[in-house]
Design a protein around this ligand. Structure first.
Ligand SMILES: Nc1ncnc2c1ncn2[C@@H]1O[C@H](COP(=O)(O)OP(=O)(O)O)[C@@H](O)[C@H]1O
Ligand SMILES: [Mg+2]
Length: 523
């Protein structure tokens, strides 16, 4: 069979159970997203694994969360067990081979992989509010906090930066409210408490530097295979909001940083979103809309997003409609809700006259699924009852030693393993508090001198922040500890200096754009 440009998924069967044909996912439609659904134990993780293996083999980097630890086996060579060989034979997979795949393990807590961090600033107010489950007034305050940080050039890197900014806001709430809108001390106090909770849940490990560079999840290995980034998510799942927010952040980061490529021959990256229902579980409408938007737009950046969840009803219809490649494993249909899910799942397929879709869904065996992928000009193929191919890597978890061995020879070894604590809001505000009296005096003196500034009206369009002088005294120096810098910048000074001006500008344009998508509520 000619399978250039195609990923082999499995073999479909005729009504009499004989082999029908090979089923593929076309690489050029890999960025048209996908959905893997089915009840527990029906074969979702193995399907994720065989897709990840095939993408990797085709040179496409993969990012996947590993909820139960059982995806880690992809880093080890599989063994020729009977049930695997039998499956290979059933589907006519003549050259079934075992191999290991290049894996980078990541872990927000740094225990089972390399640390993954981002900064508060990059997470942005919308996702941070979601992470803290903020009420509307609290969200208002969080938005104001980001505005103040922007204006004052306060880098918000970690939780203590955000905490000290909140302190500053509480102390100066009167003055700040008149410029930025009401800052209620009660709301600030409740956000401070929410921050403490986050800290106790381990989120402090996640906020800070060095922040994850997306180029590090888009690597290929020496043999041309795409690196598979596996995020240890077993512990992370105990805090579902952190899990969902993190993956959303990563998506928005990809969206923001990657250039437009239209529809490439193969994806630049494929992103598997396991336990996807957590993303949408009581998510505010505005967040769901933004997710829908990001999913729609990220396609032209060459990123394919594959949602993995039990039930297609877990995914909002607007998102569901964008998922072109579908693998539906078995569902139970005892309760009315389950029956509805089966009908919904069946209705999303292009029907096959050979069988009843809804009935098939409840009768599928383990590792068997209804499959429909995009073909031709991008239309869904007729649904087929398909035995999914067996994986080439191991099914099931690595041992701790095996995992450590993979980590020890990782291409990102040493890049993220140490914390970096550069000067940011916390340090600046601490210094600021000391200088506040000086600055106020200096400002007063300056104001007296500037009653009639040359060439301008007495009125300035600028802003003032308690303890920060005025915003329009660019280069004045006295009002600020350092030249203004964006709160969204995360490069170290050396790194920043090494980058070209063009790149910096592009990044800032990108940042502005994403704040429109995931960074701000009302725009
Ligand atoms: N394509 C397949 N080929 C062979 N065995 C499979 C396949 N898919 C699933 N299995 C078997 O079923 C078990 C459960 O599959 P798994 O993917 O872990 O289910 P889920 O993720 O839906 O809970 C696997 O451990 C494996 O033994
Ligand atoms: Mg699973």
């Amino acid at each position: 069979m000619d399978d250039t440009g195609k990923l082999f998924i499995g073999g479909s069967r005729k009504p009499d159970d004989s082999l029908n044909k090979a089923e593929y996912l076309e690489l050029k439609f890999g960025n048209r997203h996908g959905l893997i659904t089915g009840a527990t134990g029906t074969g979702k993780t193995v399907t994720l694994q065989i897709l990840a293996e095939a993408f990797s083999k085709a040179g496409v980097p993969v990012f996947a969360a590993d909820i139960k630890g059982d995806l880690s086996g992809i880093a080890a060579k599989g063994e020729p067990k009977d049930f695997l060989l039998k499956r290979a034979e059933q589907i006519g997979l003549a050259d079934y081979q075992f191999e290991q795949f290049p894996v980078i393990f990541w872990d927000l807590f740094g225990e089972k992989g390399h640390r993954v961090r981002t900064t508060i600033a990059e997470m942005g107010p919308l996702l941070l509010s979601r992470l803290m489950d903020a009420s509307e007034p609290q969200e208002g305050v969080i938005n104001i906090a980001f505005k103040i940080a922007d204006k004052a050039g306060l880098p918000l890197l970690d939780l203590k930066d955000f905490a000290s900014l909140l302190n500053y806001m509480a102390e100066n709430s009167g003055e700040l409210s008149s410029q930025f809108g009401l800052i209620s001390k009660t709301s600030v106090a409740s956000i401070q408490r929410a921050l403490l909770v986050l800290e106790q849940q381990g989120a402090e490990h996640f906020f800070g530097e060095p922040a994850l560079k997306i180029t590090d999840i888009m690597r290929t290995s020496n043999n041309g295979y795409g690196q598979i980034s596996v995020l240890a998510a077993d512990k992370l799942m105990m805090n579902p909001r952190l899990y969902a927010t993190f993956l959303l952040w990563l998506l928005s980061e990809l969206f923001e940083e990657l250039p437009e490529v239209g529809d490439p021959d193969k994806p630049k990256l494929v992103f598997f979103f396991d336990e996807a229902h957590l993303l949408f579980n009581d998510a505010p409408k505005v967040l769901t809309e933004r997710v829908e938007q990001v999913v729609r737009l990220i396609r032209s950046k060459g990123v394919g997003v594959y949602f993995v969840t039990q039930n297609p009803l877990d995914v909002p219809e607007t998102v569901l409609a964008q998922l072109g490649n579908r693998v539906q494993h078995a569902l139970r249909a005892y309760t009315p809700r389950e029956q509805k899910a089966v009908r919904t799942a069946a209705d999303t397929f292009r029907p096959n006259p050979a069988f009843d879709c809804a009935e098939a869904i409840t009768n599928l065996g383990t590792g068997e699924a209804l499959v429909s992928t995009l073909e031709g000009k991008g239309a869904p193929s007729m649904v087929e009852r398909t035995l999914i191919r067996p994986p080439s890597g191991r099914i099931g978890a690595l041992t701790d030693q095996e995992r450590q061995a993979v980590i020890d020879r990782s291409p990102v070894l040493g890049l993220y393993d140490e914390d970096l604590d550069r000067e940011s809001a916390f340090e600046i505000l601490a210094a600021r508090a000391k200088q506040a009296a000086d600055a106020a005096a200096a400002k007063k003196a300056q104001d007296e001198l500037q009653t009639a500034p040359p060439g301008g009206s007495g009125e300035t369009g600028g802003w003032t922040l308690p303890g920060f002088g005025t915003g329009d005294d660019e280069g004045g120096g006295r009002g600020r500890a350092q030249p203004r810098r964006s709160g969204y910048q995360r490069e170290t000074v050396v790194e920043a200096a090494m980058k070209s001006v063009a790149r910096t500008v592009a990044t800032q344009v990108g940042r502005a754009l994403v704040r429109g998508i995931l960074g701000s509520l009302k725009r």
